[in-house]
Write a protein that binds this ligand. Structure first.
Ligand code: BGP
Length: 461
């Protein structure tokens, strides 16, 4: 096969998922509840068609089969998360031995099949008992997270070579405390900022514990860097883009990757009385913490423009007082998900990492396309998802270009291995290389899965 786009022989290829979105068996074998299990029951109407965390692709019982299906597609790596409340049912205190057995088996099975486990510690899933005392709003939870991380390093650190502290640290703060999308459905900027700061500290504490152990592994974090594009080069639009980037990206990337909060952000939050409590000890910890590797989830760009009205600056403080989202005419949309498709974004992120974050080792930890009603594309039992192949190709081409220009990208993980349950949208949009039949539980490969299998085998396409 003639290849136009070759990737390095040791490039990581695979997919990613998270515990809550794949495991199921939420009330079994000693697992404690997390906020999603709780919200599933108490706020059922907030999930698409009322489908909740119980209904998954059953990784808890089917992990062996699933890992076999990954191996069939030639995966050499796979990212999932540990469920904090499965391992430590109350978030702090005794460890659930059945969970230890489960995660040991998963890690061992992956390694046996030649699939490098990439293990993430937190994917939006606060144990319910800790949420009852405020979750990450309560600084004590930073210490509980540190203890949980230490438990994971001690139990699995002999085999896991790639660790991640958080998936998309901005989301629990933004979606849970500002935009009313995730439990506890709070709308309060200062509380969101407090949560974000404590997540930053939890990340740093976990890394400190990791370093103390001298493990022969790497640790990092998975970020959703959303590249921001202004409507025009007019100074007002440029300023708007700067503000969106400041609030939604730099506010977390800079403390965790550069060791300090942006001064402009601190200035604005102080002016508006929105600054969380940040001690000198916190700042010292942030300053001394470094990651070895970065995961980047990329789905969409953000386009912004200057506000064309004077915002009413009373009520809940909002970053949207400083910019407006902009729907660029003619932009290419994934209408199922309501987001723009912009493959060049992955290249722009790679360049940003090169320029701003010391060209650190990184990998694409999520990228994919969620489509509603994929049944319509089925032929002889297979989803003929050419749109997904095109999507992957286009993103990989831009990634390839960035790598040719010196970006240290180590791998590419698609979201996701098999259609999975999602926060809010449940099974509305399908993302998998394998189709999950919700009625029978059957998993069948899609055309994109077979295409990806070849790409991995050939190290390119
Ligand atoms: C990312 C999350 C994933 C996954 C994905 C798709 O932000 O890390 O957990 O859900 O988005 O999003 P959705 O399922 O909402 O379309």
């Amino acid at each position: 096969m003639t290849k136009n786009y070759s990737f390095p022989p040791h490039f990581f290829w695979g997919a990613s998922t998270s515990a809550t979105q794949s495991e199921g068996r939420v009330a079994d074998d000693g697992k404690g509840e997390n906020i999603w299990d709780f919200a599933s029951n108490e706020y059922n109407h907030r999930f698409y068609e009322g489908v909740t965390t119980e209904k998954t692709s059953r990784f808890y019982e089917d992990y062996q089969t699933d890992i076999g299906l990954m191996a069939e597609l030639n995966f050499n790596s796979f990212r999932t998360s540990i469920s904090w409340s499965r391992l430590i049912p109350n978030g702090v205190g005794p460890v659930n031995e059945q969970a230890v057995t489960f995660y040991n088996q998963v890690i061992d099975e992956l390694i046996a099949k030649g699939i490098e486990p990439f293990i993430n510690l937190y994917h939006f899933d606060m144990p319910l008992e800790l949420q009852k005392i405020g979750g990450f709003e309560n600084k004590i939870v930073v210490q509980y997270f540190k203890q949980y991380a230490e438990t994971c390093f001690d139990l699995f650190g002999d085999r896991v070579k790639y660790w991640f502290t958080f998936n998309e640290p901005m989301i629990p703060a933004e979606a849970g405390y500002l935009h009313d999308r995730h439990y506890p459905y709070v709308v309060d900027f200062k509380r969101a900022a407090t949560v974000l700061h404590h997540i930053a500290l939890a990340h740093c504490e976990a890394i400190k514990s990791f370093r103390e152990r001298n493990l022969a592994s790497k640790i990092g974090i998975i970020m959703d860097i959303i590249p921001v594009y202004p409507r025009s080069q007019h100074p007002a639009d440029l300023k708007a883009a700067e503000m969106a980037d400041l609030f939604y990206t730099r506010s977390i990337n800079e403390p965790l990757l550069l060791g300090r909060y942006p001064a402009e952000l601190v200035g604005i939050l102080t002016e508006y009385g929105q600054m969380p409590v940040v001690t000198n000890a916190d700042l010292a910890l942030i300053a001394e913490t470094k990651v070895d590797i970065l995961g980047i989830n990329y789905y969409k760009p953000r386009r912004v423009k200057a506000l064309d009205y004077e915002p009413n600056r009373s009520g809940v403080f909002s970053p949207e007082w400083f910019f407006a989202n902009y729907e660029m005419p003619g932009r290419r949309m994934n209408t199922s998900r309501g987001i723009e498709i912009y493959p060049q974004g992955i290249y722009d992120i790679a360049k940003m990492i090169q320029a701003k974050y010391g060209n650190i080792d990184w990998f694409v930890s999520e990228n994919g396309i969620g489509i509603q009603g994929e049944e319509q594309f089925m032929e002889n039992g297979m989803v003929m998802d050419d749109y997904r192949i095109d999507f992957l190709k286009e993103h990989l081409i831009w990634l390839h270009k960035a790598m040719a220009e010196g970006s240290n990208c180590l791998g590419y993980h698609m979201w996701t291995f098999v259609d999975c349950w999602s926060w809010i949208n449940a099974y509305k949009n399908r993302y998998g290389f394998y189709r999950l039949d919700l009625a029978t539980g059957e998993k069948t490969v899609k055309k994109s899965g077979l295409w990806f299998k070849d790409v991995i085998k050939e190290h390119g396409f």
